[in-house]
Write a protein that binds this ligand. Sequence first.
Ligand code: OTU
Length: 662
Amino acid sequence: MITSRLDPDPPIEGHLLDRLRPALAVEAEQCLGRAEAVAFLARLDLWFADIHGPLAALYGCRRDADALGEQLVRLARAAVGERPVELRDLDRRREIDPHWFQHQRMVGYVAYTDRFAGTLDAITGRLDHLDELGVTYLHLMPVLAPREGENDGGYAVADYRAVDPRLGTMDDLEDLAGALRRRGMSLCIDLVLNHTAREHTWARGWLAGDPEYAGFYLSFPDRTMPDAYEATVVDVFPDRAPGSFTWVPGAGANGAGANGAGAWVWTTFLEYQWDLDYTNPRVFTAMLDTILFLANRGVEIFRMDAVPFMGKRMGTSCTNQPEVHDLAQALHALTKLAAPATVFKAEAIVGPDDLVAYLGGHARYRPECELAYHNQLMVMLWSSLATKDARLAVRSLGRLRPIPEGTSWATYVRCHDDIGWAVSDQDAWAVGYDPGAHRDFLNAFYSGRFPASFARGALFGANPETGDARISGSAAALCGIGGDDPHALDWGIRRLVLLHAVTYAWGGVPLLYMGDELAQGNDVSYLGDPALAGDNRWMHRPYFDEAAAARRYDPATVEGRVFGWMRALGAARRELPALHAAGEGGVLEVDSPHVLAWRRRHPRSGWFVGLVNFAEHTVSIDAHALDGLGELPTVLSSDGPLQARGGRLHLPGLGFVWLAEP
Ligand code: OTU
C-alpha cells in the first residue's frame, strides 16, 4: 500500500544526502569532469528534498527505500554522462534562464508528423511555415513505436526507445530536435506514462512470468475488486471500452503475471492499454530511465499524458489522487537533476479545482510540472461562444487559484482530443445555470442539434447510462466555418480569431493546433480506415492541406484571412512583456454579460487589457472598468482602435481588442 504526504511537508531527511554526497562527488568528477561534476552536485543539493520527499511518501514504507533513492540518483548521474555536448550547452543556458518557457516570445504548434509532413525528416521542410507563425515550440503528436493495428492515435506505445517506423528512426528524431533547436524551437513529445500497449516488452515479460516485470501491472482474479473500484471510477470511453478492467487469459492475479488462470487487468482507457502499477518502484525506475533516454535525444518538453490516472484508491474516482502528484514531483526532480533543460507539461484535463495542483500549487508549493494545459479556459471559451455570454467564464476563471511562480499555462483553443465540459456545478449554479442542463445544451449546440447552432461538430463518447457526452470537431467547424453563406463565413472567422485572441494573450504558452491557422474543417476520411473509423476524434485530426496553405497570403481567401490573423497575434504577442507568464493578471469585472475582460502586468511592463465580445451585436462597457490601468492604446484588434463614446467603450459583435500601456 502507498501512503502519501500530507501538507505541510515532513522534515527533510538529510542523512541519505550526507551519506551519498561524498561518494557521488568522486564518481561524478571521474565520469563527468570537474565542471560538470560541480554542476551536478549543485543540482543534487538543489533537488534532493524534492526527490526524497515524494519518494518517501510513495515507497518510504519499504526497507529498501534508501537504496532506491540512491539507485535513482545514480541513474541520473549516468544519464548526465551520456548527455550529448550540445544538450549540456543547452543545460547551461537554461540554468541561467530557467524560466525560458515563460517568455512572451513562446508560441506552440501541435501536429501529427504524418499528417503535417509525412515523416520526421520532412518536418524540416515545414520550418518556414512555423517561423512565419512565430513558433518556438513544436509538439509532435505520439512518435514512439506504437502497437500494430489500432493504437489510439499512438497512445498505445509498444517501445519507448524506438520511433514509429512509418515516421522515421530515433536518429531522425534526434536530428530533428537539433534542427529545431538551432532555429530556436523546442521539441515536445508525448510521454504515455499511465499505460503501455499490451505488446510492450514489459507487458509481454509480465505475462510470461519474467520476475523482472513482476508487479508491473494491476490484476485481479475475479470481479470482486474490479466491481468495487468501478463503483466510483471514471469511465473514459464508455461507448468503446466500457469499464476499467479487461479479462486477460493467461494472466496471473494480484500483479503476478503468469499463472495460466487469467485475470482482470486494469485498463483505464482501451483494452490494449494496460495501466502500469506505480506502487512498484521498478515501474517508477523504468519510466524515469525512459524519460532520461528521450531527454538525451533532445526532447525538451514532455507532455505527461493522462497523469491524473496514475494513482488508484478504492472509493475514489481514481483520478487526481495524492500519489499522482508525488509521482510527477519525483520524476520531475530526478529529470532536472540529469537534464536541467527539460520541462514537464501536465496533461490533466480535470475540473478547475484540481488543475493548479499539477503546477505544484499545493498547500505549499512543491515543484511539479512547469506547464499545464489550461483546460478550464478552453472549456469556458467554447461555452461562452455558444451562449454568447461570458458570465460563467468570468466566474470560473475569476476564482481559479493563481499559479505558482516559475510555472505557466499552456493555453489552447483546440487539440486532438474531444472537448469534455469540465464545468464545475458550483460555478454553473452561481450564474444561474443548471449544470447538467448546461452541459446538455453545449453538446446539442456543438453537435449541431440545437436549432440556432452555427457549429458542425459531433458527439463523442456518449454514455447512455449517465447521458454524458463530449464533442469532436475542428475549431473552424465548431466556429461555423464551412458553408457557402459569405455572411456566416465572416462570423465564423471572427469567432475563430476571437478565441485565439484570448489564448494568445492570457499569459502562458499559446498552442496552435495544426490546421487551425488555415481554418481546416472536419476531415471524414478516417471513416475509410477500419483502424480509425470507430473514433470520431479523427475528424479533427486532418492532413495538412497543401492547397489551402498555398493560399495563405491571399487576403481574399478564408485561409489568407485566418493565417494573417494568426501571424499578427503571434507577432504582437512577442512585443508585449505584459504577456510574460511570470506577470500577474486576472479577470476584470465589466458591466456587460457578453464581455470577457482580463488584465496582465509584468514587473517590467505596464498594464495589458484584453477584451472580447461573445455577442453578435455591438455592446458597450463602462470605461471606468479600466481606471487605474494607465493610458491604454489599442495594439491589435478586430475592428480598429477601441471606440469610446459617452464614457462607454464599444465593442463590435464577436470583436476583440488588445490594449497595452506603451
Ligand atoms: C489522453 O487523453 C490523450 O490525449 C488521448 O488522446 C488518449 O486517448 C488518452 O490519453 C489515453 O492515452 O481521457 O479523452 O485528464 O482527459 O489523459 C481523452 C486526462 C482522455 C485525460 C486524458 C485522456
